[in-house]
Design a protein around this ligand. Sequence first.
Ligand code: AMP
Ligand code: ZN
Length: 707
Amino acid sequence: MNQLQRTKELHQQTSDWLSNLGSIQLSAIELLRDILRWNEYRYYVQNDPLISDAEYDILFKILQKFEQENPGIISPDSPTQRVGVGLANDFSKVEHLVPMLSLENSYNADDLIDWDRKARELSTLENLEYCVEPKFDGASISLIYENNLLTRSATRGDGTVGDEITLNTKQIKSVPLSAQFNSYGIEQIEIRGEVLINKKNFKAYNEKLMEEGLPPFANPRNAAAGSLRIKDPIVVSKRNLEVFLYHISFITNSEKSTTHKIPSENSPLIQQPKSHSEMLEMLWELGFRSPKHEMKVVKGINGVIKYIEEFEEKRDGLPYEIDGMVVKVNDLQLQEKLGMTSHHPRWAIAFKFKARQGTSKLLSVEFQVGRTGAVTPVAKINPVMVGGVTVSSISIHNEEYIKEKDLKLGDTILIERSGDVIPQIVKSFTELRTGNETNILFPKNCPVCDHELFKPLEEAVWRCININCTAQVVERIIHFVSKDAMDIKNFGEANVRKFYEIGLIKDIPDIYRLDFEKIGQMEGFGKKSIDNLQTAIELSKSQPLHRLIFGLGIRYVGETTAKTLANSVNHLLDFNQFDEEKLIQLEDVGIKVAGSIHRFFRDEVNLLMLQELEGLGISLKNQKKQIAENDTLAGQTFLFTGSLVKLKRTDAEEMVEQNGGKIVSGVSSKLNYLVVGEDAGSKLEKAKKIQSIKIINEEDFIKMLSK
Ligand code: AMP
Ligand code: ZN
């Protein structure tokens, strides 16, 4: 059956199930499992779900209920069997069937040309065919399937012996619990790949850690590797790990029960792959997320170099981190002939992209008081370029973090900037110490108001608990007007400080009562800048609700949680009616967060401030939700190109989704609307060639939404 037929058939069956929920036969349960597995595959592997999360949950709950009532029918690869309640990892040591080696590295075209020459000499061939694919920046894992079932998974460890992490691997939804290897005549197989945490989840998770005063992970790689080492699989399941599988290291065929390396000579039911690219294809067909769509087969090293250059341009736009590309000799027989050293295979080489790391010196530490009174140490370092930006100061979070990273004044440090995440210190080079390094000393009193600092028992940060502490009031206002919150352009940190100093603003609502005449008399404020400021303040009154919520600076409520909160009410003051229990039901809201939100909305002072803001014309309504209920864009697909003027690209994309539309990743006949901003490029050219695509500008888009 081809993919399209299978899609149609399984979607039909999904629909049948959803419309016949009342009359379920015991015998139909295996079909229901297949339906759930297939919909997981659509969601997690193909990234293209055909039913809603809620519909999936309905089907999942039915299966769960059935299995609870009939425990005899539970199969180990049932979709309900990922989460084993009450189980814990013991990370016992396991030996790999085949050692997990490293890769040889290259950094420029010349390195690749040299490597290609050697590979051609060794293989005595004129021209080699290569398969080029991304080098995923995560933690490597091995999966073993026996008789179609996932039986063991392990970390790389030292390459020979790793840690058994099967329970944790089962929490990764793109890892199938079973697959039809028997149709290829395979009895036992070992598959290797990389566990990742995507940029969005990484950012959200780090935000959450920082809201709780905990140090974030320096990069998604550490976050993925750390997640695999958590004892409780249920905690692991919340990390939303993903996987790419790119290698088969071992196969035992069932017919003869003899062990042989692929490719196999005696072709069983379906031909086993003869090349690396066919292997990725086979994995994809079996339901694994292989880099089938990311890889390219090319003849000769020049094509390899070209594809690597092309791919590097896409790097920032990818949803996950990659740190380079891997070039592999495509022919599996030739791979075997080339063999390996004790360190790496001779048939593959990694090409490393420009590092987003740099080294610098830790010069001094300043202590900043934040809007919640938290005192954060900020390291001043010798300015260094990391991933295209100059870094001269870097947060070092709290005392524990300083201890854990073993940081001293005068240390040489390694810095990393991953994606759009703020730079982090990876480590200090203790081996470079001269003996002149000194300890970082924490103050006992607030560096701004001199009030004694306090550290709550269960927290990692020291706080100034003086609510009138100037630093906190000013930081609250700065946060409110900031780009990620109410985004009041032309206001900025410097103006907040100035206006506060001369008594023009004492708290957030004063922003909307500014005396512009008085500002006009201040130095540096011409008519134009006052006009701009006035317009920006006016515009901010109708910012989406999640921005206001984030701007309020409620403890533990970062941007992600603010969005969740905004989506669950029609009006901000509806939170009056939410008790902690109701708050905990919201996605990503735990006990601590719920407690903080509850306290905020129970506090008279806060409620008065919100009413004051509403009186001043600030919208406390969830505008998006009201539009979403119309489903204005239902069933329509969108893609943006070029730079938008009025909207942020991410906001615009979100609006599409909120209104029932969908964002697609490229120009194809599946695209309904291409929204064209300034300096649009190749997407526009491509779209012009497809008649069915409607090409509109930003204005048209905004008009569509307001319909
Ligand atoms: P390194 O750790 O720098 O020696 O690089 C080797 C590691 O790269 C392997 O152990 C894999 O975990 C990882 N890797 C990521 N993507 C790929 C890929 N497409 N093919 C092979 N290895 C990969
Ligand atoms: Zn203070």
